[in-house]
Design a protein around this ligand. Sequence first.
Ligand code: HEC
Ligand code: HEC
Ligand code: HEC
Ligand code: HEC
Length: 491
Amino acid sequence: MSQTRLLIASVTVVPLLLAGCEVGPKQTTQTGYRGTGIDQVVNPKLVKAQVPIPANVYATPDDSGPRASETYKNVQVLGGASTERFNHLMAQMNNWVAPQTGKDPNEVGCNYCHNPNNMASDEKYTKVVARRMIQMTQNINANYTQHVQGTGVTCWTCHRGNAVPQYKWATAAPAKSMGFAEVNTGQNHPSPSAAYASLPSDPFSAYLKDDGVNNIRVASSMPLPSSNHVVSVKEAEKTYGLMMHLSSGLGVNCTYCHNTASFRAWNMSSPQRAVAWYGLRMVAKTNAEYMTPLASVFPAVHPGGGDSPWRKGPMGDTYKINCATCHQGVNKPMNGVSMRADNPLLWPAGGLVATTAALVAPKADPNATAASCNADFDKALLGKTVEFDTGAATIRSTSAPLLDSLVQVAGRCSNFKMAVEGHTDAVGDAASNLKLSQARADAVDKYLAERGVAATQLSAQGFGSSRPLDSSGTPAGNQKNRRIEVTVAAK
Ligand code: HEC
Ligand code: HEC
Ligand code: HEC
Ligand code: HEC
């Protein structure tokens, strides 16, 4: 009570000083370990409302019937899909990228990409772009699960009903110097890219364009300058510009990812910082592989005349993606809603090509015991399924998050020897079951080793159907028997 009165009193006396403060309810979410100050304080009233996700146009058809490649003439990416599913995706794309707005019928709906008299023709650039965008979306969903998890993305994630997404970037025109400064490296030009801070106004070209970002290391590991670590202030300012974008793009503060005791130290950072690290690589590579090469396809001037540049930035490059393109001010795009179930064509099966080396090789925990490690592996695996393609040892991309959690346990337990075991059910030929179980155990072993678990600590063995958990022979029993286990041996 007395506090409230105090506040009101001060408002009347010094209203200007209080203008930057927000009175009102606050919500606190802890993102890091307890006691590290890694948490978020938000005013729920200021959380950005998200545009409602459009409903599925109609129930997604199954994958039976003639293939799209048999029905149509010029289907280069989705030819393997059933015609019905293909048509469904077209209708969805229509809604996500080019919805009917009642304006010029040549510009919206199917006609945004197609000549209605010849659907197979590639005469409209928008169709050529869309074909590449389908591949880009599939690639993000299949190969960047360390970032997008099983949630993934569709065209809607970026486009939200607009032909050109609201949040994007292109190389900025060189800023004119003001005052005495000859060269200002883009500083003192308030720009939304760097959240209007006095930092370089184009933090993106340096980090989000090329084929892979170098690890950003501007903070020194030493208290005093040393010859091992020479980074200019200019470099650091660029990094800070980028970090302002990370924060504003996700609608979070620095402490969502960092512990302010050390911005550098990974072991003090939140798990979200690791997701962000993969995000930086995903964005740079996607721009390099998909967006930049579209420069020859996007017209620089409006076909109907008018102001140029049109679909390109001031320096003539295509618009590219950054964190805000998908996130649009929230920590999980669309608050984590996945559109996967309705749009299976955008999640190609079996494409686990992820080879990004482990971010931080997990550290051995000196207090771990064989028993605690076995319990941790059980906890990570029990009731979950490592999914493989039917009859093959190709791990499905949907299982990447599960396997990544195993990497963490394996890292803590790397003072012990670990055996990855593959088991099958008793259906089918025993010899091929044995072979398959070995191949699957090997695949998991390889996955762990690629992400920094010492290969010398690991072994893999297939047991076929020789060690069933359930001998009932029922489908549920068989399901239980098809499994991956990890056993830790005492030292
Ligand atoms: C955002 C752009 C876009 C929109 C909107 C769009 N399409 Fe397409 N359409 C494509 C692309 C790209 C392909 C080629 C896909 C491939 O190569 O795998 C295609 C191919 C087709 C084909 C195959 C033509 C052939 O013979 O090769 C048909 C049929 C088709 N679309 C129908 C539609 C219909 C109907 C709509 C409206 C409900 C629509 N499309 C909306 C981009 C679009
Ligand atoms: C990761 C974000 C992202 C995703 C996912 C995405 N797009 Fe795009 N798309 C962009 C950006 C950015 C541009 C603008 C490029 C430019 O104008 O230079 C664009 C442009 C386009 C254009 C050109 C529009 C015009 O009027 O010039 C079409 C068509 C398109 N996208 C279709 C699609 C389709 C279809 C999908 C889903 C299969 C998709 N996009 C998924 C980011 C995305
Ligand atoms: C969404 C997570 C996230 C947010 C929010 C974030 N950062 Fe970062 N930060 C990272 C990641 C990831 C790296 C490492 C990038 C790399 O190596 O490619 C990094 C690196 C840094 C570095 C360089 C560390 C070194 O080793 O030299 C500094 C300094 C930094 N951030 C400061 C900030 C500041 C200041 C803010 C708030 C304005 C901020 N960060 C917000 C994820 C984040
Ligand atoms: C292609 C779209 C896309 C782009 C671009 C993108 N993200 Fe994400 N990001 C996602 C999706 C989808 C998720 C949600 C995964 C889930 O449901 O757990 C996510 C999750 C995250 C998370 C974890 C959130 C949490 O609370 O667990 C962080 C942190 C993050 N992104 C940071 C970034 C940063 C930083 C960038 C830019 C360098 C970026 N993202 C660019 C799609 C994207």
